[in-house]
Ligand binder design. Structure first.
Ligand SMILES: Cc1cc2nc3c(=O)[nH]c(=O)nc-3n(C[C@H](O)[C@H](O)[C@H](O)COP(=O)(O)OP(=O)(O)OC[C@H]3O[C@@H](n4cnc5c(N)ncnc54)[C@H](O)[C@@H]3O)c2cc1C
Length: 404
């Protein structure tokens, strides 16, 4: 498509979506001296989901972004994790909660990332409704709900699982696991007594996870197969969410029920878990011209390893590094040459990220089948596949995205 001349704003780099990945990407670029704008459709920066578990690979990325120290002061260090089966009356250590693991309030993570950005970087209330590529100028034209246009040399889609940029690249829509999650935060004005560890308690098909954020704050979630939910499966009204959660965990120990009873109403949310199929990640096109995707827009995955957000932080660091290298090699005003260099930089980014997120998404896909399936045979076969394919159960936390 070729655009008719119109009065539009022009920017070198436009990031769509001001979630964890969009803000981290803007920050990575800023640290490299590259200016970008972030278009976020909400009127405020959203932090849905209460807390987020951050494992060693996430902290490496946060340190590269220069925000690790500030965030560390906001969350206690977790000393490992425990699985408690109420059916079997057994406890075992959770293997992947190793090294530096903390659960951070999502709103703290978002605020800390946003605080480091130059004023004017984030444009709230800016929803992108369509993106077109101009075949002649090789610029992208973004149409916002306000009716205004923005022309961009580079577009990075960080708008989550329902990404318009992913659609433009021809990526297939994410699929849903048969698993739902209810989650929230509970504040204890006089301090809670939970040890500094991740606790996952299961009974039947329902799992309850709890992670302390501080001495006064606990992040919790309840996960279950969707077939156990009836009526409005994923309500939005906080009172309804709380009432449904309490009903779901009525056979769990009273300490767990009490945490959910005391939860902060405005922190409650539900989620139907989604994933981009591993084979779509392996074969899908992740760059078209100077347009690419990052975060959930590229690789939405089940949260079973606590890696979706971390992978988005890694994307930001790698993308910042690759774009900086590409753009610092640009000399003179030759537009074609500039575009070719940017495209090569984005290709390098996609190459570095594809195999990394493929590993994460394959393992979370297989775990999702085990959690969501009702067939013991399916669970056994998939469990065997995991044991063969993923002998090193800590590969995902040992990963280092490298220097920014
Ligand atoms: C139950 C659950 C638990 C999880 N636990 C963990 C965990 O412990 N550790 C971990 O690392 N990860 C975890 N994750 C994954 C993590 O939450 C996600 O990977 C992460 O939030 C994705 O960030 P993002 O910025 O890519 O996308 P999002 O958070 O979805 O942000 C996208 C942003 O784009 C905006 N947007 C969308 N469309 C448009 C548009 N057209 N125009 C402008 N703006 C737009 C949205 O408003 C939003 O602000 C969990 C996920 C779930 C569901």
């Amino acid at each position: 498509m070729e655009f008719a001349a119109a009065a539009t704003e022009k920017h070198e780099i436009v990031i769509i979506g001001g979630g964890i990945c969009g803000l981290a990407t803007a920050l990575a670029l800023h640290r490299k001296g590259l200016k970008s704008i972030v278009l976020e459709r909400s009127e405020t920066l959203r932090a849905v989901g209460g807390g987020i578990g951050l494992l060693p690979n996430a902290w490496r990325a946060l340190d590269q972004l220069g925000v690790g120290s500030r965030l560390r002061s906001m969350a206690v260090l977790l000393q490992g994790g425990r699985d408690i089966s109420l059916d079997e009356n057994k406890e075992r250590k959770i293997e992947h909660v190793i090294g530096e693991s903390r659960c951070v309030k999502r709103s703290d993570l978002i605020t800390v990332l946003a605080d480091e950005l130059p004023i004017g970087t984030i444009r709230l209330g800016s929803e992108v409704v369509s993106i077109d590529l101009d075949s002649v100028t090789e610029m992208s034209r973004l149409l916002l709900t306000s009716g205004s246009y923005i022309d961009a040399e580079i577009v990075i889609g960080c708008e989550g699982g329902r990404s318009k940029v992913a659609e433009l690249l021809g990526l297939k829509a994410p699929r849903a696991f048969d698993i739902g999650v209810f989650r929230g935060l509970t504040t204890y004005p006089n301090a809670h007594s939970m040890p500094h560890e991740f606790r996952r308690t299961t009974k039947g098909k329902i799992g309850v996870g709890m992670l302390p954020i501080t001495q006064h704050l606990i992040n919790w979630f309840v996960a279950l197969p969707t077939h156990l939910l009836s009526g409005d499966k994923f309500p939005h009204d906080p009172k309804h969410i709380k009432q449904m959660t309490l009903e779901l965990i009525k056979d769990f120990p009273s300490s767990i029920q009490e945490t959910i009873e005391l939860s902060d109403l405005d922190s409650l949310s539900t989620a139907h878990l989604r994933y981009r199929a591993p084979w779509d990640l392996l074969l899908g096109t992740m760059r078209k011209g100077t347009v690419t995707v990052a975060g959930d827009a590229m690789h939405v995955m089940g949260p079973f390893l606590g890696q979706g957000g971390a992978a988005g932080l890694e994307d930001a660091v790698v993308l910042g590094r690759c774009l900086d290298m590409a753009m610092s090699g640009i000399e003179g005003n030759n537009k074609k040459e500039k575009i070719a260099k940017i495209e090569a930089g984005l290709d390098q980014y996609v190459k570095e990220r594809r195999m990394r997120v493929l590993g994460l998404s394959t393992l979370t896909y297989l775990i999702g089948i085990i959690v969501g399936s009702t067939s013991p045979i399916v669970k056994m076969v998939v469990g065997l596949a995991i044991a063969i394919l993923f002998r090193d159960r800590a590969f995902h936390v040992q990963y280092d995205c490298g220097k920014l």
